[in-house]
Write a protein that binds this ligand. Structure first.
Ligand code: PEP
Length: 254
């Protein structure tokens, strides 16, 4: 069974002052680095410009809290104005890179194939990609949720350079993100089980890939969602901006 993982996606929120307060409060509720680790790995994904600030703060507190980024370039370097390479964030001790978040698929037009290339680029720099997949409401209503998610996962798994033992998948139904409308534990489990099956068909190592749920997970609904057999953690948006709520979700994952 994969280790549980809870990741806070801060999206485009924060400031030097707000980040300092939030990370102090989150770190205070987690084990120190080098202490016996808890049952759950915990990471935060701030806006990229704050990675250096948060690296310093986390190190100063000797916290076990890991860093993630919200996106990376599919390219290693070069003429890609505004992009950031995975190797650059790796220099700051970043452990995970979220790729293919539905907001990037929607607003930046990212395709399944670009997302898959980003996952490979993240791994090549030593990061663990967290690949987001999920159907829209129209797709769910048309009975296509399983097929849409399977195609998104397939695009990543068919990359020959991909190391499936260093991969995280996050199932985030688009209709549940930031809407306050959560997938029921049964709805989420159905998709997670299908993703697990798809991974297992590839290899035994892939069966150990953590599959996170994301979409309006909060302190009140986390326990039930995380109790499902194939839900290995959470990707948390809104609730990650309040330390108390975020830590309650981490607690629910224990
Ligand atoms: C997300 O953006 O990944 C997310 C799950 O957001 P929220 O928890 O706010 O729905």
């Amino acid at each position: 069974m994969p280790r549980k993982l809870v990741v806070g996606n801060w999206k485009m929120n924060g400031s030097l002052a707000v980040n300092a307060d939030l990370v102090s409060a989150v770190a205070a509720g987690l084990p120190c680095a080098g202490e016996l680790p808890g049952q759950v790995d915990v990471a935060i994904a701030p806006p990229i410009v704050y990675v250096a600030q948060l690296r310093q703060l986390i190190d100063k507190k000797n916290s076990s809290l890991a860093l993630a980024v919200q996106d990376v370039s599919a390219a290693a370097s070069g003429a890609f104005t505004g992009d950031v390479a995975a190797s650059m964030v790796a220099e700051f001790g970043v452990r995970y890179a979220i790729v293919g978040h539905s907001e990037r698929r929607k607003y930046q037009g990212e395709s399944d194939s670009l997302v898959a290339q980003k996952a490979v680029a993240a791994q090549q720099a030593g990061l663990t990609p967290i690949v987001c997949v999920g159907e829209t409401l129209e797709e769910r209503d048309a009975g296509r949720a399983l097929a849409v998610v399977a195609a998104q996962v397939h695009a990543v798994l068919m990359q020959s350079e991909l190391d499936v033992s260093r991969l995280v998948i996050a199932y985030e139904p688009v209709w549940a993100i930031g809407t306050g409308r959560t997938a029921s534990p049964e709805q989420a489990q159905e998709i997670h089980a299908a993703i697990r099956h798809q991974l297992k068909q590839l290899s035994e190592a892939a069966a150990n890939t953590a599959i996170l749920y994301g979409g309006s997970m909060n302190a009140a609904n986390a326990k039930q969602l995380l109790a499902q057999a194939d839900i290995d953690g959470g990707l948390i948006g809104g609730a990650a901006l309040k330390a108390q709520d975020f830590l309650a979700i981490v607690q629910a994952a224990q």
